[in-house]
Write a protein that binds this ligand. Sequence first.
Ligand code: CA
Length: 530
Amino acid sequence: MLPSSRPRLLTSLTTLLACAAATTTAATAAPTQEDGPKGSRPNILFIFSDDHATDAIGAYGGRLAEVDPTPRIDQLASEGMVFRRSFCTNSICGPSRAVILTGKHSHVNGFQQNGNRFDGGQPTFPKMLKKAGYTTAMIGKWHLGSDPQGFDYWDVLPGQGAYYNPRLKRAEGPRVVEGHCTDIVTDLALEWLEGNKDSDQPWLLMCQHKAPHRTWMPAARHLDLYADSDLPVPDTLFDQHADNSSAAARSEMTIAEHMYLFYDLFVPPVEGADPKKGGSLDASGQRNIDRMTPEQRALWDAAYGPRNAAFRAADLEGEDLVRWKYQRYVKNYLRCVRGVDESVGRLVDWLAANGLDENTIVIYSSDQGFYLGDHGWYDKRWMYEESLEMPFIIRWPGVVPAGGASDALIQNLDYAPTFLEAAGAEVPADMQGRSLLPVLGGDTPDDWRDAIYYRYFEFPGPHQVAKHYGIRTDRYKLMYFHDLDQWEFYDLQEDPDELTNVFGAPEHTARIARLATRLGEMKAEALDAD
Ligand code: CA
């Protein structure tokens, strides 16, 4: 329950925000090139996945690290640096990609929510790298509606893309490629690297996977991973959201109520079953299965058939059923992650075999975080930690110290300025992020940002997460659900799981007022006038 003093404080904060928004002018960081790399310009290999939570990366040391989910990504981290406070600006697939391409917030680049169409005519970092003499390629999940621009070569999954035998589209047109999506995207990336290796030009390759996005369909060779073990369960699996704003309880992303046995977990409907359990998603789930070849389908059925029979026989209910769903979900998720991890291994092995590992920046990242049963949820969207976080691991021999870790507050806004500065190209003054070069040595300069600005727009929409915006510092988070006029405030040091909303707590009154002012300033600096 919120304390009774809340309405009065709410009014004053709203006033503060309005004042700050009216009086603060835009200010963007203008990175210099003085810290740029010496010698020849580096290649850039940007390996990007979809919905990969840091808890499912060994190098981040989170809940699932103990099952060794990502040996090759961990190796990359040991040869480079892990950013432990890396965040998105808007926790959803398409918008995160648009922010990365433009170095601008969603409300500035125009792609605020999935289903928007990216204005490919606007300036993007691949276009700028191309102009600066780089060869540029984009392979895999694009998810921005319009065709890619600024690439010498592109070959992308239309829309979300399929896991099995996906359709891909390149300039010549679409075709279906047989195999598992993660392997196909990797094969195509390696083909492009092979075809380009005799060029004298530096290059940018964006290799972007669909995995581990819903619905989590692993490659056949991974179907038995973790089959005989129980994965660690989050402490908050049965969170009732009693202390959050009303937005949490109104959302639709619980494993218990909104994760479907067939569509999500591949337990086929049986005669007489409650159709609400599958609902209209059953047809879509069937289409995903029907994409398989007879050989792929035989391997799939051999793995899931006996497990599904055992599940039916157990006739689980209540919390036992939720625990079962959690286990199947996260096992399949980690099986998809293993495919991505193998992709990272194949790509960096190719660099080493071709003498390109020294002069190639390798980055592993994902478009946002994800709930792996945390708070009872799957999916993303919220400004809470699990979905706000983005993994960011960078290997750059000679610039980034091996085995390093950084607590600098970084965002996907920063990638475009970073790539441009690394390439010795000019960073446009209207990009809203800041080049990471000053923090890549391991020290964070005094003038680095002390807070990040976040805003989520997609409501109404899938999972029904209310619109909100907020500010996060190294320790505190203030969130405002503006359509509901409800606030949340967390001390992340005392309450890392964000279970106790202390907005309105007397000991935090002054701190909240300061942060609300800062939030208004940052909103204005971000040119977010709405
Ligand atoms: Ca995503």
